[in-house]
Ligand binder design. Structure first.
Ligand code: SAM
Length: 304
């Protein structure tokens, strides 16, 4: 399967960058299985199965688990918990407007216990948001918040689509960009973070991942790791060219970039979250993931 990024490329959950949403959901489904599970995303498996990529369906169903290294399941656990806690903390402290950017097959609008009246906006490519709405509707799933969607490309003028869905920039918002930034070109990442800041009333919160710029050799190592995954999976009939879905090269680091624009952020490294959960799978870190930090914080409203 060959795919290269270009301006204006589009996708559904089975193709291109959209398949990364299905991969993420497949690993969440794996992490949600069994008695000792640390997360509980009961919608991940049916969503992945509905996409129809046989290998990912088997993964989500608990078969073929040996084709995914433990580290990916552990990442799904710490990452899901981090964003779940971020959103519940924000919502329970009175923020009634939530925007999930690059929402993919994330089912938080259906599975978190949101306070009454919370509005959750999901923003992703049109075919991705439409797919989730349709499949979860067919399954009889009912949103646990006032869920609204904006199907739009995040490299385009997405605030218009968000406003058209009812978003009110005058109210504090809890924003997330989970597993998204590396799929945006560097300038689109800056644009996205600038727009979040512009649309944030004082007291708004944000959560995302922040990665320092690569050291020499880091990106080659990451590409080789992705290539190895593609090769392993191609033996099971699924061969996404994962190294070509992301944008590599230098870019601004999200945490410091937001801090310079008036956000007071805290961060925790993936390494610390692994240690806190007793996970040891990041030991060799061939894909240089240990430097990644999950950052979250509040907008003071002084700098725009
Ligand atoms: N946040 C979800 C999660 O953690 O499961 C999905 C993560 S997935 C790795 C990346 C998501 O970002 C996909 O759903 C993809 O469609 C979305 N995305 C990437 N670039 C985008 C763009 N330019 N416009 C809209 N959505 C985009």
């Amino acid at each position: 399967m060959s795919f290269s990024r270009c301006d204006g490329d589009a996708w559904d959950p089975a193709s291109g960058v959209g398949a990364t949403a299905t991969m993420a959901a497949a690993v969440r489904a794996m992490a949600s299985r069994g008695d000792g599970r640390l997360i509980d995303d009961r919608f991940a498996e049916p969503l992945v199965r509905a996409v129809g990529i046989e290998f990912l369906s088997r993964l989500a169903s608990g078969e073929a688990g040996d084709t995914v290294e433990e580290v990916w399941v552990d990442i799904a656990v710490v990452r899901t918990k981090f964003y779940d806690e971020f959103f519940l903390g924000a919502a329970n402290s009175g923020i009634g407007q939530v925007v999930i950017l690059g929402s993919g097959l994330d089912s938080r609008a259906y599975r978190l216990l949101w306070p009454a009246g919370t509005v959750v906006y999901e923003v992703d490519q049109p075919q991705v948001v439409e797919f989730k709405t349709r499949i979860l509707g067919e399954l009889g799933a009912v949103p646990t918040a006032d869920r609204r969607v904006a199907g739009v490309d995040l490299r385009d003028d997405w605030p218009d689509a968000l406003r058209a869905a009812g978003f009110d920039p005058g109210r504090p918002t809890a924003w997330s960009a989970e597993g998204l930034l590396g799929y945006l070109p560097p300038e689109a990442q800056d644009g996205l973070l600038d727009t979040i800041t512009e649309l944030s009333a004082p007291g708004s919160r944000v959560a995302t991942e922040s990665k320092p710029n690569p050291r020499p050799g880091d990106e080659d190592s990451t590409k080789e790791g992705l290539q190895r995954i593609s090769e392993r999976w191609s033996g099971h009939g699924y061969a996404p060219d994962m190294a070509r879905l992301r944008y590599f090269g230098a870019r601004n680091e999200a945490g410091p970039y937001l801090a310079e624009r008036g956000w007071a952020l805290d961060g925790v490294s993936i390494r610390d979250l692994f240690a806190a959960n007793g996970f040891s799978s990041l030991k060799d870190d061939e894909m240089r993931m240990g430097d990644l930090r999950y950052v979250s914080g509040t907008f003071g409203g002084t700098v725009k």
